[in-house]
Design a protein around this ligand. Structure first.
Ligand SMILES: *Cc1c(COP(=O)(O)O)cnc(C)c1O
Length: 361
């Protein structure tokens, strides 16, 4: 048999999640498909959303170029804007929307270019990219009198929108709301869209920029994707390739990270950190074997993991294993690994084959 390790993608769920974002947004929704659509495949996601999406957002010009190459016609926002002069040229020829997060980006715009749609990124408290509030008027004036640029939106990004009633989240909203802006404002990532308290979502009329929720991950610390009616777009799967018994006191795998406390039937599954399954996953991490949750036991290797099948006697060689997706909530795995679903998704390696399934509804 060929290696059974693959990602199954559900395009209907991607569209379902997009529709949820759209129902929450008070305006347009541009789907964030940076980092190969959070590991789901930028081409797949962009094309599957093409009939719905108002636009797309990516991190860099190279990612935007790829989307145009896939035939995407909608607006594409480049969230880090131009790194150098030639990218302003690309923006013109590919009709990209460029974020300006620093006034230096204006210095290397080639002459006689444009008009190019731009957004201005304002730092409201994330303190990463963006113009600080006291300087915003100066930069706005520079953009407004620049012959190549056409200002479309003011953007800002929240640092703590995933936490209900967080003080910095409230403060960032208040800072932005306390000003009159010349164009609509774009604030909401997934977490902000899903927070009922997002004041600016109600007044902004700007473009929302959800990412993780489109892929079925919950951005909120206190709510599961299920509670938010988000559906997984990815199922990371493999199969049992061997089973055997270990006696009490025997260990499994590298470093004796797990020792049998009862006679145990162990299943070996053909997936490991070489596929992007996190090596940090501890004993007990849920793994679905033919839809039944079994605990991970022993250390994750490069090409395999081991699971305890003692309580699942019908499992056998060839049984389908899901590491996350429909049966195992990716956010649960992420939390056990002290990370977030974003990182788990992005870490899936090229060795894993991607296949698409159309759900019977
Ligand atoms: C990645 C990103 C988003 C999307 O964030 P999610 O948490 O995945 O919804 C939105 N805006 C900016 C500026 C980003 O970098």
């Amino acid at each position: 048999m060929t290696r059974p390790t693959h990602v199954t993608l559900f395009p209907e769920n991607l569209r379902h999640n997009y529709r949820i974002a759209k129902s929450l947004a008070n305006g347009l929704v541009w789907a964030v498909v940076k980092a190969d659509a959070y590991g789901h495949g930028a081409r797949f996601c962009a094309v599957e959303l093409a009939s719905l999406a108002d636009g797309y957002a990516v991190a860099c010009v190279d990612e935007a170029k790829a989307l145009r190459h896939f035939g995407i016609k909608q607006p594409i926002l480049v969230m880090q804007g131009a790194y150098r002069s030639s990218e302003w040229q690309d923006a013109e020829s590919l009709q990209l929307t460029m974020m300006i997060h620093h006034e230096d980006q204006l210095d290397f715009i080639p002459p006689q270019l444009g008009p190019i749609d731009v957004w201005l990124k304002v730092n409201s408290g994330m303190n990463r990219l963006g113009i600080n509030l006291p300087q915003v008027d100066d930069v706005l004036a520079m953009i407004e009198r620049h012959p190549s640029l056409r200002l479309q939106q003011i953007a800002s990004h929240f640092a703590t929108a995933d936490i209900a009633n967080d003080a910095l989240f409230q403060q960032q909203q208040a800072r932005m709301a306390s000003r009159q802006w010349p164009v609509p404002v774009s604030f909401c990532n997934s977490a902000a869209l899903l927070q009922p308290t997002t004041v600016l979502n109600g007044v902004s009329q700007g473009v929302s920029r959800p990412g993780i929720m489109l892929y079925g991950g919950s951005p909120l610390a206190h709510k599961s994707s299920n509670e938010l009616d988000l559906k997984p777009v990815m199922s990371l799967q493999s199969a049992v390739i061997s089973t055997h018994e270990v006696a009490i006191g025997e260990s499994i795998g590298y470093g004796q990270a797990w020792i049998a406390e009862r006679p145990t039937r162990v299943g070996v599954v053909a997936i490991g950190y070489g596929d992007g399954y996190p090596r940090r996953a501890p004993n007990g991490t849920p793994v679905a074997v033919d839809g039944i949750i079994c605990p991970l036991v022993g250390r994750v290797s490069m090409d395999m993991i081991t699971v305890d099948l003692t309580d699942h006697p019908s499992a056998q060689i060839g049984s389908v294993v899901e590491c996350w997706g429909e049966h195992v909530d990716v956010d649960v795995v992420a939390e056990l690994c002290h990370t977030i679903a974003y990182e788990l998704f992005c870490q899936i390696t090229p060795r894993v084959v991607r296949q698409t399934v159309t759900l019977k509804q």
